[in-house]
Design a protein around this ligand. Structure first.
Ligand SMILES: CC(C)(COP(=O)(O)OP(=O)(O)OC[C@H]1O[C@@H](n2cnc3c(N)ncnc32)[C@H](O)[C@@H]1OP(=O)(O)O)[C@@H](O)C(=O)NCCC(=O)NCCS
Length: 170
């Protein structure tokens, strides 16, 4: 299969924060943001693979900044690395200042999606060819994140997580 670039899967979802989506402090409810990120990541995974995709794991979420009621929130997702049937999706969340229009990074997350056939069995996806420095950095770190996720899920023995172990042996 021919390699694809991250920009071929890049997905941007922009939406408001409405009162029904906030917590008692009038900030965006965490579960609502997780759902928005899952939707954007799912579209990115589908654009990369052109297959049915399912969320296999939420590897990392950082709620760094609260997102107030009425904010314009942009969720940007793109495939950061493709393995055999799985794809790591990196998600950046931006909040737009009402007056200046400037965007501030509020949160980020990393999800894993798996491409499957109609019976739910994993199928192979095209490789990813990163282009920019940031895309190359995210690509390089994705293997150890995959190993960490598999170890935590009990699907890989820690002794086999060579890339992850190398991080602690530097
Ligand atoms: C995701 C799913 C297809 C994986 O099935 P599986 O039987 O574990 O299949 P495999 O062991 O062959 O794994 C398939 C791929 O997923 C990856 N994977 C599985 N679990 C993972 C995890 N927790 N973290 C990261 N990658 C994972 C494997 O490493 C493998 O990747 P590769 O093919 O690129 O090497 C299956 O668990 C599933 O259908 N889960 C439900 C998905 C769903 O409904 N999501 C919505 C939640 S409501």
């Amino acid at each position: 299969m021919e390699a694809k670039s991250p920009k071929e899967s890049r997905t941007t979802l922009t939406d408001l924060v409405l009162p029904s989506e906030t917590n008692p402090l009038n900030n965006l409810f965490g579960g609502e943001l997780l759902a928005r990120m899952d939707r954007a990541a799912s579209i990115a995974a589908r654009r990369h693979s052109r297959r049915i995709v399912v969320t296999a794991s939420v590897n990392h979420v950082a709620f760094n900044k609260a997102v107030p009621l009425g904010s314009v929130v942009t969720v940007e997702a793109a495939v950061s690395r493709a393995f055999k049937s799985s794809m790591e999706i990196f998600i950046d969340v931006w909040v737009e200042d009402r007056e200046s229009g400037n965007r501030t990074k509020a949160n980020e997350a990393i999800y894993t999606f798996v491409a499957v056939d109609e019976t739910g069995a994993p199928v192979n996806v095209p490789p990813l060819a990163p282009e920019t420095d940031l895309e190359k950095e995210r690509y390089a770190a994705a293997l150890r994140r995959k190993q960490l996720s598999l170890v935590l899920a009990g699907k890989m023995a820690p002794k086999d997580a060579t890339e992850l172990k190398a991080l602690f042996e530097q």
